[in-house]
Write a protein that binds this ligand. Structure first.
Ligand code: UDX
Length: 442
């Protein structure tokens, strides 16, 4: 049965969720205070790059199942389910999450809710947030309204956001112990197709649901830092981390995914989520439980400095006056997201050491230019590599993975390549006369 749904926030999470809910046949209104975003989305254009999303937006706008607005009133009158999909960035100068966007949505919406409704939080929040928001709703909503606050964390990966939303690995729902059951019933209706297709639905309390998300991200971050720590050891011992990852990955208990050594994790989620998790554990008096995440964070940050040192080393000890080509700016391929991107961070560090740095990325140039206006941005791979003393692959876009030495032989000044994502074949480059360095590779 089609449900009436509002989605607050139209970033990577909210815009994708709104379009996918409409794709499932529901009537959806996406709400954002940013009028420019609303206008763009209403034309069927995502304000960021996400494969497949523009098509989904257009077809659902045309089908009359999806619209975007800045009006909370409109959403409050229309929807039975209110999804919260706004950002929860790291607080300035602190590890904790900034919940002001989530709080603002609830404070604005609650007084307008004149009919029974369920607020379903999707944003990644510290454990205890749903309970706190519930108290806010009880205070602010009209006295005769029946409003439930439940948590339905989102696990989508950028680059696969549409696929992950339509066919998730699991659906998690955290409900209040005294819930009248409306949150669960509505959630089952909303995700009826996925549930019928066998996607597991885990119904639990709100605290567990909130923790599931942060625990999952902490685990993924730990897995990446684990293999990056092994890369450090491999470098010291003259071993090869890619072969090591293949070999341990065959053990089904370990698994090969998220064991790619390189310049580490970035993006709008993993780095800030593990920090917010540590901050929350401290508030709860359980900080010891997560002290290992400090190490996970430092292993990760060390990759960036280490990469800058490798570049300095390969050009003979000083970066002053050298030309460095950086291929990749996004925090990962198939995304234009540059939040806490290791690639851009490294490009910036190298420039500060006196090199002239030319960056190319298939999708993330505009965003990068806004954040780091002092770097040089190239039109294409050749433009970036023109006369380069060293070429760095820092984001594993297909265009870079498929590069061959002969594509660059006559473009660069020095045939040196550093593979920050271990995505190239060292033998191919070395046999063509290039100096190749990977991460934790012989
Ligand atoms: C992550 C989680 O995967 C997702 O479930 C959650 O909802 C949001 O956070 P995302 O930020 O889109 O998703 O990126 P992800 O694919 O997890 O990659 C994060 C970072 O780790 C990237 O910078 C990527 O390059 C890096 N990474 C990933 C590695 O360095 N090695 C790996 O093996 C995998």
């Amino acid at each position: 049965m089609a449900c009436n749904i509002a989605v607050f926030g139209t970033g990577y999470l909210g815009a994708t969720h709104a379009a996918c809910m409409a794709e499932l046949g529901h009537q959806v209104v996406g709400v954002d205070v940013d009028a420019a975003k609303v206008e763009k989305l209403s034309r069927g254009e995502a304000p960021f790059f996400e494969p497949g999303l523009d098509d989904l937006l257009k077809s659902n706008l045309d089908a009359g199942r999806l619209r975007f607005t800045s009006s909370y009133e409109e959403a409050a009158e229309f929807a039975d389910a209110h999804f919260i999909g706004v950002a929860t960035p790291q607080k300035r100068g602190e590890f904790g999450a900034d919940l002001s966007f989530v709080d603002t949505v609830v404070c604005t919406l609650a007084p307008m809710l004149r009919r029974p409704a369920v607020i379903l939080g999707k944003s990644t929040v510290p454990v205890g947030t749903a309970a706190r928001l519930s108290a806010m709703v009880a205070e602010l909503a009209p006295s005769d309204s029946i409003i439930e606050v439940a948590w339905n964390p989102e696990f989508l990966r950028e680059g696969f956001a549409v696929q992950d939303t339509l066919t998730p690995d699991r659906i998690v729902l955290g409900v209040h112990a005294q819930s009248a059951g409306r949150a669960e019933a509505l959630t089952r209706e909303i995700y009826a197709k996925a549930i019928a297709d066998g996607v597991p639905l885990v119904v639990t309390d709100r605290e567990t649901a909130e923790l599931v998300k942060t625990a999952a991200n902490a685990f993924l971050a730990t897995k990446i830092s684990f293999i990056n720590a092994m890369a450090e050891l491999c470098e010291a011992a003259g071993a090869d981390v890619s072969e090591l990852a293949d070999a341990i990955g065959y053990d089904a208990r370990i698994g090969r995914r998220f064991l790619n050594a390189g310049i580490g994790f970035g993006g709008g989620c993993l780095p800030k989520d593990i920090r917010a998790f540590m901050a929350r554990a401290g508030e709860l008096g359980a900080n010891q439980a997560l002290t290992f995440l400090r190490e996970v964070d430092s292993i990760n940050m060390r990759r960036r400095t280490k990469m800058m040192e490798t570049v300095r080393d390969i050009v003979g000890g000083s970066l002053i006056g050298t030309r460095v080509a950086v291929l990749g700016a996004a925090f990962k391929p198939d995304s234009d997201d540059i939040r806490d991107s290791p690639a851009l961070n490294i490009a910036g560090q190298i420039q500060l050491q006196g090199a002239s740095v030319s960056v190319y990325d298939p999708k993330a140039i505009e965003n990068s230019r806004r954040l780091f206006p002092t770097l040089d941005y190239a039109r294409d791979i050749n433009d970036a590599c023109d006369n380069a003393d060293v070429t760095l692959v820092l984001t594993e876009w297909d265009d870079f993975k498929n590069l061959l030495p002969e594509d660059l032989d006559s473009v660069v000044r020095q045939r040196r390549i550093i593979d920050g994502r271990n995505c190239l074949d060292p033998a191919v480059w070395r046999s063509a006369g290039w100096i190749y360095r990977g991460v934790g590779r012989k």
